[in-house]
Write a new protein. Sequence first.
Length: 393
Amino acid sequence: MKSKYFNILIIYVIGLLYACQEESIGQQPVDSNPPNPVTNVTVRNISGGAIIHYTLPDDEDLLYVKALYYLKDSIEIDTRASVYVDSLVVVGFGDMKERQVRLMAVDRSQNESSAVTVSISPLSPDVLNIGESLNLIQDFGGVHAYWDNPNKVDIAIAVLTKDHNEEYVPLETFYSSRSAGEGTIRGMDTIPYDFAMYAEDRWGNTSEQKYYTLTPIYETKFDRLKFAKVDLAGDASQVSGFEMHRMWDGNNNGDPCFSTTGGTGIWPHSATMDIGITGKISRIRIFQRTSLKPYIWGEGNLRKFQVYGCETLDYSGGWDSWTLLMDCVSVKPSGLPLGQNTDEDIYVATNGEDFTNSPTNPPVRYLRFLVTQTWAGGDNFQIGEIEIYGDDR
């Protein structure tokens, strides 16, 4: 009896081992025959790369077409396109040198066809075009960088300055995909600095460095403890608990913020404040209300508004005594619709958006905001926090 059960066990184990051999995991080779190569290859050179068109081989088990090429001397790139398209794109080149690209058809058994080699000559890459447009100018409390990025590619703009060893070291890097990019560096002394600046793309390609010697203009942040609300005829009422002083309470993004009252049928809205001292305004930084995710680039956050200033207050509420300092448009970096935000969008909303004042405008003691459009298009506006910069001497 024991022998009978033992024999049955042996047969079961043998069957199990056989089944395991039959049921191996993964794609199994169908054959060892490589597919035919692609044919009728044509090249259309583009900025920093090329689009390569071809005719696929007539192989039933064809899986994809592979392109092999070198971005730099030691970095080989493998780009693939499925059998449902007749082209692939090779990108990431940092210059316009002629390159060789090898194309291979690959089947489901991972057999590769013989390589078809084509030459490409990339057009001027975005990183070089952006690098040529770079400009750095002196600004209040630092410097202001500008660049053009018409294709809206992801780009990093590095600004460097000379240290005490006469070597250029990183000072600030701006990451952006805006078509008209800009960035500011603040908190610098009013002495000459040597700067360098260049662009870098996501493949590590860089433009040539540009060099500048600039002296920042004096700037300080005005003391928020001196700010006060001013009541003028015609100004909007404010929501209880969301009064104007919330706009300079040091709580940049939390609630409560400052909010005018909606649903009154009166639009646009204005609000007036005393900055506590007569000074020359260089810029105003507006922080959005971001306490809830839907509020970012939405709700009553400012989209279009004007900033007026005066040195002597006219309590009648009329506008004749006010000088228009800034005609402001808030710019969402990504340009995406309401409710869709990139990391850059969230960063700008959270860390504040600067609106600059011309140095030719007169010194002022009072500021008046006239809001004509919010991001949600409602009939009230909100400001998470405000910071005012300039020369208060």
